[in-house]
Design a protein around this ligand. Structure first.
Ligand SMILES: CC/C=C\CC(=O)SCCNC(=O)CCNC(=O)[C@H](O)C(C)(C)COP(=O)(O)OP(=O)(O)OC[C@H]1O[C@@H](n2cnc3c(N)ncnc32)[C@H](O)[C@@H]1OP(=O)(O)O
Length: 664
């Protein structure tokens, strides 16, 4: 946990040895306290060096220990002892020094940030020699340093506070950081440290800290995919991907090309028409150049090839199809790819919800077919849903997961069903929002409630950004609206369920969101982003309600949050039951990285557990009773089961889920 050695007969070298990141666990703190005592008491030791094993100084407190009560010696007295000691202590920093690890470095009298380990001992000895020869330690103690305090501190911190409140709505930690900076600038060291400890204790005991810790581990858990067959992340070898092809240079295709090229993969981009190819090419080049400039590297344009011919794809390792969301078109592309590509080429589809297995079925290699659902814009958004069809091989899944990681994505393996995880859950969430419109709410009221909850964007602003026509087309194709609707259907019901036609009415007016300058809101111009409430939408809602004799009522923010978010989580429970997601963590990661769910709330499933499953169940029962024609509000059997089992912690739900239905 901490190794103690004497170097050059006078330097005590203390090495943190807690892989993988040398976190300050109770055992490490204990070993460090002992080592420091030994070093300070040994007359041969004239200086101490602290470093971390395997190229990482220290990843901070051991977050795994936060779940339980504090064990072992606390960190602060150890830091105080180092800072106040009579022997110079040097932090030899390599890799990371985070959180408590950074504090450890700060209390050392000298810090060396170094990259080449072979220079390690030499640099330290030099630094220590310098300190002994010339400088009294008092000038090196952090507690003796004066903090510069700008005369306009209050005004400065006020501006920063406003900015933080806007950017990190409802998040406590950044505001506490500002208060800690104020304490550092205005108080003596001992008082400032006390104030910082108080702030830390407040944060530590908040639900937000628990949620953020959960998110940290959920993200890492998601990478550890597992299939019912026993294949999993650590026993399935991914293929090496050197070359790839993208079919379709629309918004998604362009983003995927950029994501691949910037990690050094050769890409052939295919379009069906010369004009589209040329436009796509110019856009991709521009995106790559801007990206390279931002990162201070040269753009990898030499890795790109643009073509109109699928024949050029015969030798690539992997193809990602990103054509229009149309099953017949995608099937034609996959049939063609089967003929053109060598038999070992992996065939991936960037569909946002279509049946991956149906596509696999038209190829000569269903085991090499997998869904790679990117989120728009694909070169920016971190989430990748890897959709495992029933015939996708473990090697295929491992390759898609590993390629996602290589592109810097957070990849989550999910099963194959309409909408997969993310978009399947979105439907009940959006349905609730539109039902609330019918009942008396406005788009801006609903958005405000969701944004106050912490979402970067409420559901209507998000829809305007994404484009309303996509959902409208899907609803028309599935006979929910348009000429194919059975005239015997009552106007607000489809398939025996409640249906809200307001989104269709909005689209019928050519209001497709930001791109047309009108949607649920109005914008200054097509493509504008500044959303303003539109009186025309208000009129439309009033006329609609009067046509159907709906008496509008006052709807509270609490009802908005409960109906939207509990319906969302309820679908998450069904997804777990259906085996479409392996764990609640996977669902939460999808919502955190793909749908702007506030991180300090942990994701929809963690949020449900924090509210209390019993309460979620009770509210869903209440709302379902009030709206019996909305099946999404009927509590899922898994939720009922978990409540009956005493509402276990989210990390143990998996034990209560029958795996026999797994689609993974
Ligand atoms: C008393 C309170 C005092 C101070 C407060 C604190 O110190 S709070 C903790 C502050 N530290 C952090 O927030 C660091 C969190 N870790 C990271 O940001 C990254 O893990 C890191 C260190 C940059 C390394 O990133 P990398 O991508 O290289 O690896 P990865 O994230 O996959 O992590 C590897 C495994 O290490 C585990 N791990 C990382 N940090 C911690 C930690 N602080 N405590 C416990 N475990 C940690 C991580 O879970 C991974 O585990 P694995 O089992 O392999 O999934």
């Amino acid at each position: 946990m901490a190794r103690y050695e004497l170097v050059k007969r006078s330097v005590a070298l203390i090495t943190l040895t807690n892989p993988p990141v040398n976190a300050l666990s109770s055992a490490v703190r204990h070993a460090m306290a002992k080592s420091m005592e030994q070093a300070l008491n040994d007359p041969k030791v004239t200086a101490v060096v602290i470093c971390g094993e395997n190229g990482r100084f220290c990843g901070g407190a051991d977050i795994r220990e936060f779940a339980g009560p504090l064990r072992g010696p606390p960190l602060v007295p150890l830091l105080d002892a180092i800072e106040a000691g009579e022997k110079p202590v040097v932090a030899a920093i390599e890799g990371v020094a985070l959180g408590g690890g950074f504090e450890l470095a700060l209390v050392c009298h000298y810090c060396i940030a170094h990259f080449k380990v072979n220079h390690f001992v030499l640099k330290i000895i030099k630094a220590v020699g310098m300190s002994r020869a010339a400088k009294p330690l008092s000038s090196r103690r952090v507690s003796m340093l004066t903090t510069p305090c700008p005369p306009d501190l209050d005004a400065l911190l006020e501006v920063v506070t406003m900015e933080v409140k806007k950017k990190a709505r409802g998040v406590m930690a950044p505001l506490a950081c500002i208060q800690a900076v104020r304490a550092a600038a205005t108080m003596p060291y001992s008082k400032g440290i006390k104030r910082e400890s108080e702030l830390m204790a407040t944060l530590f005991n908040s639900g937000q800290a628990r949620a953020l810790q959960y998110c940290f581990f959920a993200q890492r858990t998601a990478g550890k995919w597992t299939l019912p067959s026993g294949a999993q992340w650590n026993n399935s070898k991914p293929r090496e991907i050197r070359s790839a092809a993208i079919i379709g240079l629309g918004t998604m295709g362009r983003g995927i090309v950029v994501s691949l090229a910037r990690v050094g993969i050769s890409v052939i981009a295919v379009e069906s028409e010369k004009k589209l190819l040329e436009t796509g090419k110019q856009m991709v080049i521009g995106m790559l150049e801007r990206d390279a400039k931002r990162r201070g590297v040269s753009a990898s344009l030499n890795l790109l090839k643009f073509t109109l011919s699928l024949q050029d794809l015969k030798d690539v390792d992997l193809v990602i199809e990103a054509v229009f969301e149309d099953m017949a078109l995608k099937k034609r592309v996959f049939q063609e790819l089967s003929k053109v590509c060598r038999p070992a080429t992996l065939l991936c589809t960037n569909t946002s919800g279509l049946d991956v297995d149906a596509l696999a079925g038209v190829t000569d290699r269903p085991h090499l077919v997998v869904g790679m659902h990117f989120f728009s814009p694909a070169h920016v958004m971190k989430l990748l849903e890897v959709v495992c069809g029933p015939r996708s091989s473990s090697e295929t899944i491992a390759t898609a997961m590993s390629l996602g990681k290589r592109m810097g994505k957070v990849s989550v393996a999910v099963g194959n069903c309409p909408g997969f995880v993310g978009n399947r859950m979105l439907k009940p969430y959006m349905d609730q929002a539109t039902f609330l419109l019918e009942e008396g709410a406005t788009p801006e009221q609903i958005d405000k409630a969701l944004e106050d909850f912490g979402f970067a964007m409420g559901v209507f602003r998000m829809s305007d950004l994404a484009g309303l026509d996509v959902g409208w087309r899907i609803r028309k194709e599935s006979g929910l609206t348009g000429p194919d609707v059975d005239p015997k259907n009552p106007p607000r019901r489809r398939h025996g369920r409640r249906y809200c036609p307001i989104p269709d009415m909005v689209c019928e007016q050519g209001r497709f969101g930001q791109k047309t300058g009108r949607g649920w809101y109005m914008y200054d111009k097509p493509g504008g982003t500044n959303a303003k409430p539109d009186p025309l939408i208000q009129n439309l809602l009033e006329m609609y309600r009067s046509r159907y004799a709906i008496q509008p009522r006052n709807i509270s923010d609490q009802e908005i949050i409960e109906r939207c978010l509990f319906a969302l989580a309820n679908e998450g429970f069904r997804i777990l039951e259906d085996g479409i997601a392996a764990r609640p963590e996977d669902i939460d990661v999808i919502y955190l990285f793909g749908y702007g769910f506030p991180r300090h709330r942990g994701g929809p499933m963690f949020y449900a557990s924090m509210v209390g499953l019993e309460r979620v169940l009770e509210r869903l029962e209440h709302y379902h009773q009030a709206h019996p024609d909305v099946p999404h509000l009927e509590p899922s059997p898994l939720l009922k089961k978990l409540v009956a089992c005493g509402s276990p912690s989210v990390q143990t739900w998996r034990e209560h889920i029958k795996t026999m239905h797994s689609h993974l």
